[in-house]
Design a protein around this ligand. Sequence first.
Ligand code: FE2
Length: 297
Amino acid sequence: MPGLTNDQKEFFDKEGMLCIENFLTPEETNQLLEQSKLLLTKVDLSNHTKTTFKTADEDHIGDKYFFESADKTSFFFDIDAFTSNGELTVELSKAINKIGHGLHIQNPLFKKVTFSDSVKQIAKDLNYKDPKVLQSMCIFKQPISGDVKERDNAVPPHNDATFLFTNPQSAVGFWIALEDCTLENGCLSYIPGTHKTYPVSKRFVRTNGLQGGCKFEQLEDEKPVEGEYKHVPCKAGSLILIHNSVLHKSEKNKSDKSRYAYAFHIIDGVTEYDNKNWLQVPYEGGSEFSKLYKIEV
Ligand code: FE2
């Protein structure tokens, strides 16, 4: 089973991001794309909290619907999906930003890809001792259409360790393009090497158990960011590995083509995962995440 070549391991270590083309076959990619489109039709607004998804500093989500999404198929909206009166600004299926965070548990197709031999081999090649799948999600950047000229679907610069904190840091993102990603429709970009030079200066924490919200806890002073963002345009079926501490972002979709992706994160079970993290299994507090594979003791 192909894992990572030595060149790929070196590149990932140096850059903090690595794109592997043709990770999925066109058939597998299409299956996941169609499944994502199907899931978009399943949202029911009648008893939904209308939770939006934002990774900026202030008004981040922190409600029960969000906290209890770890093993569910939950729907999160673009931040401009509703007016202040709660009316949709676009058609319902075009208003969703993410579906997560338990697709690897709930959905047979996403589960199959997440727990595939190729993913297991990559985890081994990255020296994981006890890899666990923390979360999974479909990510949508809807295109410009009709009267809607531009949607607020940019993801601001961040590192994933801020949200998926372990001690020592161990998260790696597996980000799979289900459609071609271009400069126009909001492909990923990152600053090479920042996982080594830019500290994880804050973390996203629960403030009051299940009932309360979340906030950013400052760990150390922010360092001025140096370096240029490098874009990673890629074809559908590509896998992009994202180091927990590399600075990355994506721009708004400024095109008439959608940009759908499936992403999941793994952490190492031998690291400390504390109950300050927003994501807990069971919800009240715990780190009983799905093992990627059984380890021999
Ligand atoms: Fe990220």
